[in-house]
Design a protein around this ligand. Sequence first.
Ligand code: KG4
Ligand code: ZN
Length: 367
Amino acid sequence: MLVLGIESSCDETALALCGDNGIETSVVSSQADIHALFGGVVPELASREHARLIGPLLDSLLKNACPGKDPWQCIDRIAVTRGPGLLGCLLVGIAFAKALALAHGIPLIGINHLQAHLLAADIENSLLYPALGVLVSGGHTHLYKMHSAVEMDVLGKTIDDAAGEACDKFAKAAGLPYPGGALLDALGKRGRGDAAMFPRPYTHNDNLNFSFSGLKTAGMLWLAKNPDAHFPAGDNPARERLDQAPQPLCDAAASYLLAVAETLCIKAQRAMENFAPRSIVVAGGVAANSVVRREFAKLAERRHIPLFIPRPSLCGDNGAMIAKAGWHAACAGRCHSLTLSAVPRGHPIPEDWILCRDPLPDYSAQP
Ligand code: KG4
Ligand code: ZN
């Protein structure tokens, strides 16, 4: 089973091929530099970039695929992110995937982007189920009970800001360019985390939801009270100016990230009071964070269960996770009709897959 995965939900255009032995090839193009000029993702610009890049990226992906054969004879399924994400961006990827499916008579599979992030941890390891899934990205913070690669229940989620958003907003207010999460991590490595400096918001309750707005406000107040503790402005890239960052800002970054990581761990621990997972999976852009990785390693050790976190380059948006999620869906016999819809952020993803058995569905008969 060879699955082409296509990702275009936000500001990365990415494609990959996943076969029975894992990821065969993968390409990704980030638009971060373009959106950095505006301090955040500009949806219209992002869609246009996807439309510009997706064709050439497919060409370069297929160059080395299926040596000696027509790649379209080898590809069994086309998997594409259907949401959540920016609607215009999703539509570029979905329209592209549908056109390929129709042209080559290959079944289509719509992928839940959040669940695919968790399955990025399955690329270099085999996950143990049931697993507790902790999805921490720029726009989402979800806890999942993962029954298998294709069956997952949401146990809790953020009621306001996501963990990544809380990091990016603090970083922006401190003078760091977008997206600031990774730079905050770099500053934090130069500082000392103080557990008393910032709150663990929304933990004095008995639910599994998150709220990071209180932490964000505490961060903003601290920055307002410490006008000298800001990142130095300059023309050269921020990474080259890291050693000019004032020590109090580095300490605040370490403390802020500790608050984010411990808040995630408190709720993850609480989720495990209700069911006994065989492993913990942490994924999404914020899973690249060194403090998050360290604190979850401690939690997994206390619980005597393995922790699966994708390597940092697979934590952010990528095509490999979509191809892998598509491969699992395909093996479970699932696909979608060509009426597959895009699902923007905040809307539930419908369970509208159909059973896909040979002979392939007759797409020409569909509207
Ligand atoms: O999963 P992702 O690439 O995109 C979404 O689906 O949202 O996550 C992006 C988020 C951004 O908020 C970015 O700042 C954050 O992940 N991020 C980090 C780190 N690397 C990326 N946050 C903290 N520490 C990092 N090392
Ligand atoms: Zn993502």
